[in-house]
Design a protein around this ligand. Structure first.
Ligand SMILES: Nc1ncnc2c1ncn2[C@@H]1O[C@H](COP(=O)(O)OP(=O)(O)OP(=O)(O)O)[C@@H](O)[C@H]1O
Length: 296
């Protein structure tokens, strides 16, 4: 049985508040096998982004956060890594695609210079000319027809959809084994979001890159993910292969989330109005999904 790319075991997160510690994650466990696309889906405030920030090693640096549990990435237990070892993983072995490309692209430098900076993380001695060549190839892989023009541009000279592709190309520049995608494209229009997901899916297959896809929207997840974890108030409530979970949703919260799928894709963020006691029902795991490293 091969080792999973990512293993998260019994993860708890507390934030320090005025009246003591507030628990935000109540023992999350999940895994992602090599090249697998896995979705973490739940309503706003359920704990998706904080889970991603822990996997990226970002929350560990926050003085108000207390973290308990195990995160193992490519066999490396985070508990044994120094902050600098952790930092060196980001942008190389694991990277991130955000909702809004302008939040991660720098408006002051041309795209080519930003690619050079990113590529230097994985290949410290890379020359500007080699970086440009590699960046042009990456942009072509992301269906950009005129990479030289894009490389010479600043973000404000490019459309939202184009910036989104640039961000994906940069995220894949150092051939990460894990890409974390937080609702990519939702800050843009529905067409761009659909194109972004199609592109990410193709690239993940092509490069055998595992993806943790974070979303509010089960409808979008269905098109993209191999497996789904449903999260509610800091707890995983259901976990299964995408087809199994959609064909036979068993947890009351998953069913409520399914009823909230917007009829027209992109018709808004579903919010579950009536928080019910039944949503705290025990975790449901569909067949064949319990074993990390097992068949995807
Ligand atoms: N720095 C922080 N300090 C205190 N509480 C926080 C902090 N960051 C997040 N939280 C709380 O943790 C919980 C989970 O937040 P998180 O951002 O992970 O939700 P989410 O599922 O990603 O929501 P969204 O889909 O809206 O991004 C929320 O209750 C949020 O208020």
């Amino acid at each position: 049985m091969s080792e999973p790319t990512l293993l998260v075991r019994d993860l708890h997160l507390f934030f320090k508040g005025y009246s003591g510690l507030v628990e935000v994650l109540h023992g999350i466990s999940l895994h992602i096998n090599r090249g697998e696309r896995v979705a973490l889906v739940g309503e706003s405030g359920s704990g998706k982004s904080v889970t991603a920030r822990i996997i990226l090693g970002l929350l560990q640096m926050t003085s108000t956060a207390r973290i308990r549990g195990q995160v193992v990435f490519e066999g490396l237990d985070f508990a044994t890594l120094s902050p600098s070892q952790h930092r060196s993983l980001r942008g190389t072995r694991m990277s991130m695609v955000f909702q809004d490309p302008t939040s991660s692209l720098n408006p002051v430098y041309p795209i080519s210079e930003q690619f050079h900076e990113v590529l230097k993380r994985g290949m410290p001695g890379i020359t500007r000319a080699d970086a440009d060549r590699r960046a042009a190839g990456l942009l072509s892989d992301c269906s950009i027809a005129d990479p030289e023009r894009v490389l010479a541009s600043y973000t404000f000279q490019l459309s939202g959809g184009m910036n989104q592709r640039v961000m994906i190309a940069m995220a894949l520049a150092n051939e990460p084994s894990l890409l974390i995608a937080d609702e990519p494209g939702t800050a843009l229009d529905v067409t761009v979001q659909a194109q972004t997901l199609r592109l990410m899916r193709e690239l993940s297959v092509q490069h055998n890159t595992a993806v943790l896809f974070i979303s509010h929207n089960l409808g979008v997840v269905r098109e993209f993910a191999d497996r789904v974890y449903v999260i509610y108030k800091g707890r995983i409530v259901e976990h299964g292969r995408t087809a199994d979970l959609f064909d036979d949703p068993r947890h009351p919260y998953t069913r409520a989330l399914m009823r909230a799928i917007p009829r027209i894709t992109g018709g808004g963020i579903p919010q579950i109005e009536d928080a019910s006691e039944s949503y705290l029902a025990p975790l449901v795991v569909h067949e064949g999904c319990g074993e990390p490293g097992g068949p995807a």
